[in-house]
Design a protein around this ligand. Structure first.
Ligand code: NAD
Length: 264
């Protein structure tokens, strides 16, 4: 059995991961970390009845006492790097779902993996449907290079645009390059009206209660548009990807970025 600890255990994603790890025959939930310092039985958090695993705010201590094989992190952009550093330096493989990491952060994780000879996986999106959306968008961009991205999330999300929207823009840029879109003389009457820009692709972020995680990639061509849309209507959508990553991360050599690289 692969021993797993979850960082961000009290969070929306953290609780879902606790449930998924607990329900997986090949994984054993041995620890749960959250800066929320209340110590509660994880079973009470996920409604299974007592599991004899208490939440703890000290990641170092949890690693020393529980000796996990894998740490899963769903915290926030300002906490995640410190958790990754602690885990990798203590010999624990990491699966990272937290978004908002910079290129510099990713390079640091890569170096830490090499130094400590460990595997790690960072995935901006663990939902298989979102991976397919990104693949299809990359394919469509070969033929319809004019494209904009609208991502829609719940209003408690901290980073914008989403990691998935940025990754989609990167994948599209790989096939069509940087491209000037829209009228060369267009101007904004309200700052931000045309969204953020990555290689000429406009990215728009909607934040509203009621949403989980959604994205539309809209392509425009002569007399036609093509919309590729993915909806995560529940956080369960991410769990098959997270549990698969927990099982595969120990056999990875170094850092892998993106769930698509570990799918069979
Ligand atoms: P959330 O705010 O509900 O939960 C975050 C939790 O992390 C909180 O309980 C908080 O107390 C805890 N935390 C903060 N700092 C910590 C630290 N240093 N150590 C331990 N715990 C700490 O957020 P959420 O909605 O669960 O999302 C978490 C992250 O996951 C976000 O970055 C979000 O964008 C990302 N996300 C990724 C995917 C994916 O598929 N990769 C899917 C959904 C969300």
């Amino acid at each position: 059995m692969i021993k797993v600890i979850v960082c961000g255990a009290y969070g929306r994603m953290g609780r879902e991961v606790l449930k998924a790890v607990h329900n997986d025959q090949e994984l054993k939930l041995v620890g749960a970390v959250d800066i929320n310092s209340a110590r509660v039985d994880v079973g009470d958090l996920i409604g299974t009845g007592k599991l004899d695993v208490l939440t703890n705010s000290d990641l170092n201590k949890v690693i020393e006492t529980c000796k996990p094989d894998v740490m899963v992190d769903f915290t926030n952009p300002s906490s995640v790097m410190q958790n990754i550093r602690i885990a990798l330096k203590k010999g624990v493989c990491t699966v990272v779902g937290t978004t908002g990491l910079t290129e510099e952060n990713v390079n640091e994780v890569k170096a830490l993996c090499e130094e400590n000879k460990l595997g790690a996986l960072i995935a901006p999106n663990f939902a298989i449907g979102a991976i397919l959306m990104m693949k299809m968008a990359q394919e469509a961009a070969k033929y319809l290079p004019n494209v904009e991205i609208i991502e829609l999330h719940h209003d408690q999300k901290l980073d914008a645009p989403s990691g998935t929207a940025l990754r989609t823009a990167e994948l599209i840029t790989e096939v069509r390059g940087t491209r000037q879109q829209g009228h060369p003389n267009e101007f904004e009457k309200l700052a931000g009206a045309r969204g953020g820009e990555y290689s000429g692709i406009r990215l728009h972020s909607v934040r509203l209660p009621g949403y989980v995680a959604h994205q539309e990639v809209i392509f425009g061509g002569l007399g036609q548009t093509l919309t590729i849309r993915h909806d995560s209507i529940s956080r369960e959508s991410f769990m098959p990807g997270v549990t698969l990553a927990c099982k595969k991360v120990m056999s990875l050599s170094g850092l892998v970025f993106g769930l698509e690289h570990i799918l069979d």
